[in-house]
Write a protein that binds this ligand. Structure first.
Ligand SMILES: [Zn+2]
Ligand SMILES: [Zn+2]
Length: 199
């Protein structure tokens, strides 16, 4: 699948302090610096397109530190975003914050000394810089966001769910009917839901 990426417009604010508006960073400069050299990047990147089933409702924001290692770059930091999910109990949509911790070594795909392609096969699972010395974190962030989606999200721990008689949210206030109007068949279902609620 071809993925369109755009390289960050990185703007240097002070020594080693950068701002980025995308998740692809040109790191050619840093690769040319001595081991231990650091770039601190403040990221603010628009939501990714996660397909029809998942919507990212906030920008990806946070701070990254790129450190030049003997082999490539150490990428560390924490990014935040949020996804739109539906409460499994009351069916209300709500925003679920997603925290992404990064601690990865990214290796060049071109040998920096010889200019020859690196032996990518030797370490197939490692994060690779692109042929153009770019660090592309879109895949990492995408995977983390997709993994963060719970099987059965709840809008709050004690969400009481929906009234079995009128279908209204139980959290929304008093009802104009009595509990004893509950259809006995629904009573059994309510028992099951209560069980789940405790689970
Ligand atoms: Zn709920
Ligand atoms: Zn009701």
């Amino acid at each position: 699948m071809v993925r369109e990426t755009s390289t960050s417009t990185t703007r240097q604010t002070q020594a080693n302090q950068y701002k980025a508006d995308a998740l692809v960073f040109n790191v050619a400069g840093l690769l040319g610096e001595p081991i231990g050299s650091v770039r601190d990047i403040s990221v603010s990147s628009p939501p990714l397109d996660l397909g029809p089933d998942l919507t990212q409702s906030r920008d990806v924001e946070g701070d990254l530190r790129l450190t030049r290692t003997n082999r490539g770059l150490l990428v560390s930091g924490r990014l935040q975003t949020a996804i739109e999910v539906t409460c499994a109990r009351c069916l209300r949509e709500f925003e679920l914050p997603v925290d992404i911790e990064l601690e990865d070594e990214a290796l060049p795909s071109i040998d920096l000394v010889s200019g020859q392609p690196a032996d990518v096969e030797a370490e197939p699972d490692v994060l690779r810089l692109t042929d153009h010395h770019e660090l592309d974190l879109e895949g990492e962030v995408r995977d983390a966001v997709v993994l963060a989606e719970p099987m059965a999200p709840v809008c709050r721990e004690d969400c009481p769910g929906l009234c079995l008689v009128c279908g209204r949210e139980l959290a929304s206030g008093p009802h104009d009917h009595q509990d004893d109007e509950i259809d006995p068949r629904l009573e059994a279902l309510r028992g099951i839901l209560d069980e789940q609620g405790r689970g």
